[in-house]
Write a protein that binds this ligand. Structure first.
Ligand SMILES: Nc1ncnc2c1ncn2[C@@H]1O[C@H](COP(=O)(O)OP(=O)(O)O)[C@@H](O)[C@H]1O
Ligand SMILES: [Mg+2]
Length: 454
């Protein structure tokens, strides 16, 4: 008979693995917001006060909350069986998001919660303590200790709700205060955009959830620009499986020429809109995958207005291999077949939208095509509104800006279009633009290599 030996992982080592599941700040906060939505919150607030010398992030909601017994149970990692049938609206699965998402960003997680009719309760995990003692030392706070939590005084839980506090955030271990403030500000701007997009379906309609970041209520960011003049809905199709129904809807965005500048800015600029063609997979209304074709189609420059919306219920997590972070999924074979067929429709629609859109087209985020129908001429211009170009020109001196402008102008003038035309006419496959490898090219020219590496 084999001898039973203790094979428990050492908490000190295990916690290091749990901290590195692969969340980033945005996906970690999103996992916490999932919990608030599952707890029926109508208001959720995320804040990171920029003026604190020891930055912390607060995520609060007015959901149903937890009593002390529930809180202690739910603070355990893997507190629920992933194969449990859950309520349709429940966005959870593995019983670990609250802890692992938090540990990916912060070395201390405090959860304070109040359920109607129960006392307020609080508990915390501190990774420093787990590492020092090599034990799973969850700490419960008593009423006086809860009163002393400084962050609670500005964010009291009145009737019911939950407040998470992330402290000791390695990302914000920055001594210089100005740099720290900048880092917090840019992270919060990024986060606000991520939440506006990934939770946009919850932020509209009669039961809308209000979500704020840094005290500013977010506006939903609809990737299909529904209701905008010129946006088109293509064919839809349901796919039934044993455990639930998937719906596929196709969309074609209006050409950016027909979208207002403010809406383009809300979406992060034209190149952001162009970059994100492909599949949009929603799990129980929460966006998980935002763009990319996952192998069912090639990215096509003129297909950049094509979007395919896929709605799946959380009951299909097994079939779609939803991961712990809820940030990746795999298409089941049956769905792939439908998507390969249906995906062509918006891509074709997008090409037509480009052709239809008149004499000035933006071919992609690097080139403009300017056609003059009166003079019957065409010009190929560098696309000057490109965000990458704008961001590095900002740092240049005036002289360098002038030199760069001249260089770009010459680049356009000297486009070897006769050669391209001849080659393309003779043998279109001979042109290998996708294979351009600048590193090898630069190394082959020693002088260039010096400039590039200084
Ligand atoms: N904001 C919240 N309000 C109420 N209950 C919560 C909240 N956050 C988490 N919980 C409870 O804690 C449990 C564990 O959460 P979590 O670790 O994220 O795993 P999962 O969401 O997969 O169940 C949830 O199922 C829920 O019962
Ligand atoms: Mg969860």
């Amino acid at each position: 008979m084999p001898e039973l030996v203790n094979g428990n992982p050492s908490p000190k080592s295990h916690i290091k693995t749990l901290m590195r599941i692969g969340y980033d700040l945005n996906s970690a906060v999103a996992d916490i917001i999932d919990n608030s939505i599952s707890a029926e919150a109508s208001e959720i607030a995320v804040a990171c006060p920029p003026d604190s010398s020891e930055p912390y992030i607060l995520i609060s909601d007015n959901g149903i909350g937890m009593n002390e017994g529930e809180l202690i149970e739910n603070m355990r990692i893997g507190c629920k069986d992933p194969s449990l049938e859950r309520d349709l609206k429940d966005l959870g699965r593995f019983g670990s998001g609250m802890k692992t998402a938090s540990f990916s960003q912060a070395r201390k997680l405090t959860v304070i919660s109040k359920k109607k009719g129960s006392n307020i309760c609080a508990a915390y995990w501190d990774i420093d303590e787990i590492e020092e003692t090599d034990t799973w030392c969850l700490k419960k706070l008593n009423t006086n200790e809860i009163k002393d939590i400084p962050q609670l005084s500005n964010n009291p839980i009145s009737k019911n709700g939950t407040l998470l506090i992330w402290e000791k955030i390695p990302k914000f271990f920055i001594k210089d205060h100005v740099s720290l403030e900048k880092e917090i500000a840019s992270n919060m701007v990024d986060l606000a955009k991520y939440i506006s997009l990934h939770f946009h379906k919850f932020m509209q309609g009669p039961n809308k959830v209000s979500i704020s970041v840094q005290n500013r209520e977010l506006k939903p960011l609809d990737p299909f620009l529904k209701g905008q003049p010129g946006s088109q809905d293509g064919p839809s199709e349901p796919i039934r499986t044993k455990k639930g129904k998937v719906t596929v809807n196709t969309h074609i965005l209006p050409h950016p020429k027909r979208i207002s500048k403010s809406l383009i800015d809300e979406h992060g600029g034209i190149d952001e809109i162009y970059k994100n063609q492909g599949l949009y997979i929603y799990r129980a209304n929460r966006l998980i995958i935002a763009g990319g074709w996952m192998g069912i189609s090639n990215t096509n420059i003129l297909g950049n207005l094509a979007r395919v919306e896929i709605n799946i219920p959380a009951s299909l997590d097994d079939e779609w291999s939803t991961d712990v972070k809820k940030s990746s999924m795999q298409l089941p074979p049956k769905v792939k077949t439908v998507l390969k067929r249906l995906g062509k429709v918006p891509v074709e629609g997008s090409k037509k939208e480009h052709n239809y859109s008149g004499n000035k087209q933006i071919a992609n985020q690097y080139w403009d095509i300017i056609e003059d129908e009166v003079k019957k001429t065409v010009k190929y211009h560098i696309y000057l509104d490109n965000n990458e170009l704008k961001s590095f020109t900002e740092e240049l001196t005036k002289d360098k800006k002038i030199a760069l402008k001249k260089y770009l102008q010459n680049l356009c003038i000297n486009l070897p279009y006769y050669h391209i035309f001849q080659k393309h006419a003779a043998d279109p496959k001979a042109i290998e633009q996708n294979e351009i490898d600048l590193d090898t090219f630069i190394k082959a020219r020693k002088e260039l290599d010096k400039i590039w590496n200084t």
